[in-house]
Design a protein around this ligand. Structure first.
Ligand SMILES: *Cc1c(COP(=O)(O)O)cnc(C)c1O
Length: 364
C-alpha cells in the first residue's frame, strides 16, 4: 500500500465558487485566474469547473498552451504580458491577449511582424508599485499603443494592494478613473477580495473581474470573513491516515525539540503527513486538524513525514483512522485551509501552491 497521504481536487466546488464570484459581480465577465498551475490544484484537474468562465488568466506561456490543448477557445490573458519579443509570436499563434505594463513591451510590439493585431490590457500602477504605468505616464503609453498597427483593442487594468484590508481600494479606484475617464475600452480592476467585498459597486466590477483565490474556496480576507461566510467551498482536500498511536504520561514530550510536554495521560496519533508533503512546518501545537471528521489539534513540531495529533476528542481512533489536514472529511466536516494557514502565519494561497509533488492527487 502506498503511503496514505492524498490530495483530492473538487472541480464541482470550483464551479460553485465561480458562480459565487459571478453573483458578487453581476454582469461583469469573469477571468478565472489559473496561474501557478491553478494555485497548486492543477489546471487540467480544475478545468471542468471553469467551463463557464468568460476567460482564463495566467502568467506562464506554457500554461496558456496547456489551456488551448484542453480545447479552450475563449480568451486567455497573460497577466504579466510577454517576457521577451518572441513570446508575441506565440500570442499570435494561440490568440493570447496580454498585459502591457512597460515601455519595453510596447517597443517589442512595435517591432513585431504580424498579420493579426493583438488585444492588449494596458496596466496602470495605481499604487501597488509592482507593474504598470503610473497615472501620469498612462495616457502617453495608451497613445503609443493606439498608434500601432500591431494592436487591436486596448483595455485597461490595475491591481489592488489592499482589497482585503482596512486601507481599501478607494484611492486606487480614483487614480484609475481619473487617468482613464475619457479613454475608450473595457476595464478590469477587481481581484477576489474586491469582487467579494466591493463587487456590488459598478465602478469596481466594471467590464471584467479577475477571480483567483475565490475559485479555490479560500477567503481572501480571512479571518475577518471565513470561506463559509462567503459561501465558498474548498477545492482541495489534503487527507491522510494515522500510522501509529502513542500513550503519553505526564512529563512525556513529543517530537523534535520536545516542543510539547503532556500535562497528564494523553493519547496521541501519528499522521503520515509532514512538511515534505507541503504541510507548513510553522504550524505549532494547537493547529486544527480533523480525525475521523472530528476536530482536534496538532501537538509538537511538524517533521518531514509526520505530524502528531491529540486524540482526546476521538478516543476510538486507531491506526488507519482518516485524518483531514484541510478541506472536507468523509463525514462532511470542513476544515478551512485558511485556519491552517493562519496557524502557520501565512495565507491559504501559499499552502495550496506548496502542495508537494510527492503527494498523489485524485479528482473527485
Ligand atoms: C493573481 C492575480 C489575480 C487574482 O488574485 P486573487 O487575490 O487570487 O483573486 C488578479 N489579478 C492579477 C494581476 C493577479 O496577478
Amino acid at each position: 500500500m502506498p503511503r496514505p497521504i492524498l490530495a483530492t481536487i473538487h472541480p464541482a466546488a470550483v464551479q460553485h465558487n465561480l458562480e459565487r464570484a459571478r453573483r458578487a459581480a453581476p454582469d461583469a465577465r469573469v477571468w478565472a485566474v489559473v496561474k501557478a498551475n491553478a494555485y497548486g490544484h492543477g489546471i487540467e484537474r480544475v478545468f471542468e469547473g471553469l467551463r463557464s468562465a468568460d476567460g482564463i488568466a495566467l502568467l506562464d506561456l506554457a500554461e496558456a498552451e496547456r489551456v488551448r490543448q484542453l480545447g479552450w477557445r475563449g480568451p486567455i490573458l497573460l497577466l504579466e504580458g510577454v517576457f521577451e519579443p518572441r513570446d508575441l509570436e506565440l500570442c499570435s499563434r494561440l490568440g493570447l491577449w496580454h498585459a502591457v505594463h512597460c515601455e519595453q513591451q510596447i517597443d517589442w510590439l512595435a517591432a513585431h511582424k504580424t498579420q493579426v493585431p493583438q488585444r492588449v490590457f494596458l496596466k496602470m500602477n495605481s499604487g501597488m508599485n509592482r507593474l504598470g504605468f503610473t497615472p501620469e505616464r498612462y495616457r502617453s503609453a495608451w497613445a503609443r499603443l493606439n498608434a500601432l498597427p500591431q494592436v487591436d483593442e486596448i483595455s485597461f487594468m490595475t491591481h489592488f494592494s489592499d482589497a482585503d484590508g482596512p486601507r481599501g481600494i478607494v484611492h486606487q479606484v480614483q487614480a484609475f478613473e481619473r487617468a482613464t475617464q475619457d479613454l475608450p475600452g473595457e476595464r478590469c480592476i477587481a481581484n477576489s477580495a474586491a469582487i467579494l467585498r466591493h463587487g456590488g459597486q459598478a465602478q469596481v466590477r466594471l467590464d471584467w473581474v479577475r477571480a483567483g483565490i475565490v475559485l479555490y474556496g479560500s477567503a481572501p480576507d480571512h479571518p475577518e470573513r471565513t470561506a463559509a461566510a462567503w459561501d465558498l467551498q474548498p477545492a482541495m482536500t489534503l487527507s491522510s491516515r494515522l500510522i501509529a498511536v502513542q500513550q503519553l504520561q505526564a512529563g512525556d514530550t513529543v517530537g523534535y525539540g520536545s516542543r510539547f510536554t503532556a500535562e497528564g495521560p494523553l493519547t496521541i496519533g501519528v499522521v503520515a503527513c509532514g512538511y515534505a508533503d507541503g504541510y507548513p512546518r510553522h504550524c505549532d501545537t494547537g493547529t486544527p486538524v480533523l480525525v475521523d471528521g472530528v476536530r482536534t489539534r496538532t501537538v509538537g513540531r511538524v517533521s518531514m513525514d509526520m505530524i502528531t495529533v491529540d486524540l482526546t476528542p476521538v478516543p476510538g481512533a486507531g491506526i488507519g483512522a482518516e485524518v483531514t489536514l484541510w478541506g472536507r472529511a468523509g463525514n462532511g466536516a470542513l476544515l478551512p485551509i485558511d485556519e491552517v494557514a493562519q496557524a502557520a502565519g501565512t495565507v491559504g494561497y501559499e499552502l495550496m501552491c506548496a502542495l508537494a509533488p510527492r503527494v498523489p492527487v485524485l479528482v473527485a
